[in-house]
Design a protein around this ligand. Sequence first.
Ligand code: DC
Length: 238
Amino acid sequence: MRKKIIIAVDGYSSCGKSTLAKDLAKELNYIYIDSGAMYRAVTLYFMDENIEIKDTNAINAALEKIQIRFRLNEILSRNETYLNDRNVEELIRSPQVSSRVSEVSAIKEVRQFLVKQQKEMGKERGIVMDGRDIGTVVFKDAELKLFITADVEVRAKRRHLEMMEKGISITIDEVKQNLDHRDHIDTHRAESPLYKANDAILIDNTILTRPQQLKLISNLAKKMIEEISENEANSQTE
Ligand code: DC
């Protein structure tokens, strides 16, 4: 029997973490969770309800009213984010939410609220989760930790293309500024800043294609699952 593991994928904004984590989960038949979507959903709620992000009481009261779920869209065969039963999958990717999400995700109460739910989602293992603190806070015991990076110019180009395809009008410079801004806040915040866990494997995908990256990492993951399963089987027969 194959043992199910936890795979934590962390890294900077727009370096292909979600694409990789999604592809990997599909390949391994694991659950994929986009933790960034959860921070984006909270940000959208705070924007809609005009929550003052320095007002801790207002934040705590707002968090009590927030329920985030992922549901499968069978037609698009992807998980979509629901905020209080409203499908917000597209809305949370808007430039407006992108420009506010780092500030909201630096709030201690928001992190505690979401980390608790993320830990719960990994209880059965067999999960690939991507974000900024997955290998360092949410799943410190993940069997496989990856830290993804890529050249910032390449990241800006990739994200710009994605946004143009969705019909969002924005310049490459604006995209790059948003990435720089988010990276700065994500790595400098007091609460769970983004950094590479000591036991995480660093992957720079600047010159890797999506299939190349997937092949490299899925081979790694399968080898690890094999080894862990064998060790477990051996220790049971000893
Ligand atoms: O992965 P993303 O770009 O959709 O994430 C949006 C923001 O959420 C990102 O700027 C930082 C924050 N985030 C975080 O602080 N911790 C996570 N585990 C995931 C995302």
